[in-house]
Design a protein around this ligand. Structure first.
Ligand code: LRH
Ligand code: MN
Ligand code: MN
Length: 426
């Protein structure tokens, strides 16, 4: 399934006048404030977010799963789905694979298909939180932290294999997220588990190709409910430092205890040049993996404000790898991802409008009310016409969800794949 550029253009025609009017209005207002509007629009176009291969079908919960019709059955179909999202939004120019959920077979064909959609392969994700089929060892009691050398070695080898696979595809980074931890007090020795993890990560790290990066993802709990070995950014940061300069921390928005100040974490990591990757989602209670911006849009804006500040002021931090890490239980997964992308771009655009010079002056003067005014002035701006402009300039849809529906993308996917297709995975 491929979305025809001409069809997108045709659907855009109907909204062009209204777009021009609203863009003209906001562009004028921003220009009067001294903002380079073209610059903001260009930055939006440059901001590409990877789509995870595991989020294109319905996710479900531990209580069940309600499948969505027309789900992608193969990696090729998943790439087609990302292609459709990218064609409409012009923001999803990358896919992130989870191995072995989406093991490529024919590399050449997969690469060609991705290139035909203008999609590149972003970070590859290893999986040592599930037992592989017919495996000689079990990750029931951990993987890289396991007390048994044979299990640790198995997990290290898996990560090396994932690097090889990523290398074939043109990926440049490996993301390691470990479920390792304990469900009950006394089950493990914290120090031994951390030491083993460090040693195993180091073994993986030394096999990284020269231009690769290692991202270490943290999470406080789940699936283990007493302790997790890499529970927070501090642990990840420490492990990354001990690995070396190509190792970084990965922040997943859902991986924090309630009310954690994520923007401060982002700032600290970027100051130290150690923010490598970012997983977007939203949450109300825990690692809910909800649509980005659906619960705490102001918090997302503040996080973006920290990211923009870091990107502009911290050359010591490499450009981070962006990915959506959400799960879709009720909504059409593709619509859900489109909504997430829109929320990401909105928060980014608003952060780009923050007058950093004025904010700095107000901070120096301890004018606390003014500091808030400056942030909220940017936050309250309706930036949607800027997003529209950026998409329009690159052949995307003015209104991606509307276009998705009027082009009947889901119906076409169902016609092609059937009502009962189930997303592939382990
Ligand atoms: C863990 C996580 C991690 C995994 C993905 C499936 O909760 O965020 O990034 O790889 O979900
Ligand atoms: Mn994640
Ligand atoms: Mn998660």
């Amino acid at each position: 399934m491929k979305i025809d550029k001409q069809h997108i253009e045709d659907t855009n025609q109907k909204s062009l006048d209204s777009h021009r009017a609203s863009f003209g209005y906001i562009a004028n207002r921003l220009t009067q404030k001294g903002i380079e509007v073209d610059d903001v629009v260009q930055k939006l176009a440059d901001f590409q977010v990877a789509i995870p291969s595991w989020a294109l079908g319905a996710g479900g919960t531990r209580f069940g799963r309600f499948g969505f019709q027309g789900e992608p059955r193969t990696l090729k179909e998943k790439i087609d789905d990302v292609g459709a999202i990218h064609a409409l939004t012009q923001t999803a120019g990358a896919i992130s694979l989870h191995i072995p959920w989406d093991l490529p077979e024919d590399y050449k064909a997969i690469k060609q298909l991705a290139a035909s959609h203008s999609i590149v392969f972003d970070a590859v994700n290893s999986n040592t939180f599930q037992d592989p089929k017919n495996a000689a060892v079990s990750y029931r009691y951990g993987s890289l932290s396991h007390t048994d050398e044979a299990v640790r070695q198995h997990a290290v080898e898996h990560n090396k294999k994932v690097i090889e696979i990523g290398n074939e595809l043109g990926s440049k980074s490996l993301t390691v997220w470990l479920a390792d931890g304990a469900s009950f007090p006394g089950q493990t020795n914290f120090q031994t588990a951390l030491n083993q993890t460090q040693k195993s990560l180091r073994e993986i790290y030394i096999t990284l190709p020269g231009d690769w990066r290692l991202f270490i993802e943290y999470k406080p709990y789940e699936p283990n409910f007493y302790s997790t070995v890499i529970q927070d950014w501090g642990t990840s940061f420490m492990l990354a430092n001990e690995c070396g300069e190509k190792a970084f921390t990965l922040v997943d928005l859902g991986h924090h205890l309630p009310n954690t100040n994520i923007e401060q974490i982002v700032s600290t990591l970027m100051l130290k040049g150690k923010l490598g990757g970012f997983h977007f989602n939203d949450s109300k209670y825990g690692d809910d993996d909800l649509t980005v911006g659906s619960i705490k849009p102001y918090a997302l804006f503040l996080i973006f404000n920290a990211l923009v500040y870091g990107m502009e002021n911290n050359p010591q931090n490499p450009y981070p790898a962006w990915m959506i890490d959400a799960s879709h239980n009720i909504k059409d997964p593709l619509e859900d991802i489109i909504q997430s992308l829109e929320a990401i771009q909105e928060a980014y655009a608003k952060a780009l409008l923050v007058d950093q010079k004025l904010l700095n002056d107000a901070q120096q003067d301890h004018d606390v009310a003014m500091c808030q005014e400056i942030l909220q002035e940017a936050y309250r701006t309706d930036v949607r016409p800027l997003l529209e402009k950026s998409r329009l300039q690159h052949g995307g849809a003015l209104h991606p969800i509307k276009a998705y529906r009027s082009l009947q993308v889901r119906k076409r996917l169902i016609d092609e794949r059937g009502m009962d297709s189930v997303a592939s995975g382990l």
